[in-house]
Design a binder for this molecule. Sequence first.
Ligand code: ZN
Length: 399
Amino acid sequence: MERPLEEIDRIVERRRGEAIRLLRELIRTPSLSGEEGEAALIVGEHLRAAGLKVEVDEIHNVKAEMRGIGGGHSILFNGHLDHVPPGTMADPYSAKIMDGSAFGVEGEVIYGRGACDMKGGVAAMAMALSILRELETPLLGDVKLAAVAQEETSGYGTLKTIRDGFLGDLAVIGEATNLNIHLGHRGAITVKMEIRGRSCHASAPDRGVNPLYKAAEIIQEIRSRIIPMLPTHPEYGETTLAVTMLKTRPEAVNVIPGVAEITLDCRNTPNLTPEELRRMLELLIEELRRRDPELDASVEIMRRIEDRPFTGYRVDPDQPMVREAKRAVEEAIKRDVKLGMWRFMTDGRFYAWRGIPAVGFGPGEERFAHTDQDHIRIEDYINSIKAYAWMACRICGVK
Ligand SMILES: [Zn+2]
C-alpha cells in the first residue's frame, strides 16, 4: 500500500511548478460570487487536459469525475471558486510570491484575495485529481471534484450539485484547516430586530420618537446581559453573538427615522435553538418596556436557504472513513494532525445533513480568511495536494 504514496510524492514534486502556476492563475482571475465563469473555465480546462470527465453547469459549478474499476468507496472533494470582495486589500489579484515573514509565518507564500479562502484548496484538489490520473495503480472507487460557485453568499452552488446527484461516500471540504482535520462547525442564526418610533423633522426632534436611542439601549443590553448568558457546548465550543448592522428608515440626515433595524449574527451550538434565542430577546424587550412604555420593538429570525433548527454539524471522529482520512493525511504530510472545528460555516453541512460524512482538510489558516493578509504558504499548498491524492487512494482503495 505504501508504493502509490511514494509515486504521488514523486509526481507532485515533478509538477510543483505547474501547481504553483495553476493557483496563481486562479488568484489573478477575479471570481466574486455569481461571477465564477472564468475561474470555472480554468479549473475545467486543467481537469479536461488531464483526461477527466468534466461538466460545467449553468451557474459555473465544475463537476469532474474519475471512475474507479469498482468495489471501493467513492470520495468527493468539494471546494468553492468564489471569494469575498477584495475590500481594502492592496493588489488583491497580484498573486505575488513573497516571504511569509510579512504575515508572521515561515517560508514563501502566495498572496492575493481568495488565496486562503479557498483558491489554494480548490487548486490543490484539481491538481490531486490530475495526479491520480497519472498513477500506475488503478483506484477501486470513484473520485469526484465539485468546484462550486456561490459559497460565500448562499451555498447554492453546492446545493445544486447535491440536487443533481453529484455525491460520494465521503465528502472532503477543502476550506482552511492549516492541514488539520476538521469535523464540522456551529450553526448560524440571523436575527432582525425592528424598533419603531415616530418620524418627524430633525429640526424639531421632540415632535417625534427617535428609535435610534432605543436601539442603542437594546444593543447595550445585548452586549452586557445576553452575550454573557449564551451557552457553550463540549464539542462545538462557545456560542457567539454579534451586532452586525444598524439601519434606519427613512435614511436621511434631516429626518428623525420612523424605524431602526438591528441585525444580529449568532453562531450557535445545538443547546441554543433559534426559538430560544428569540425568546431571550423578546424577554429583554418586555423588561425594557417596563421602564419605557413607548418602546415598540419586535424580533424576527431570518430564514436560510435550507431551514432547520440547527444548521451546524459534526462528524463522528470514530467513523471508519473519517479515521482513514486522518491517517492518510498523517502519512502524506508525515506528521500528526489535530482534530478540530471551524469557527465559520462551510458547505460541508449540506452533505452532513444528508448523512454523508463531511471532513474538513485544507491548506491555509482560518484566521487569514477574508482579511487583508489573505495568503497561502507554498509548502502547505504542495503538501495538501499530496494529502488529497493519498486520501483518495486510502478511501477508494487501490488494486
Ligand atoms: Zn471558504
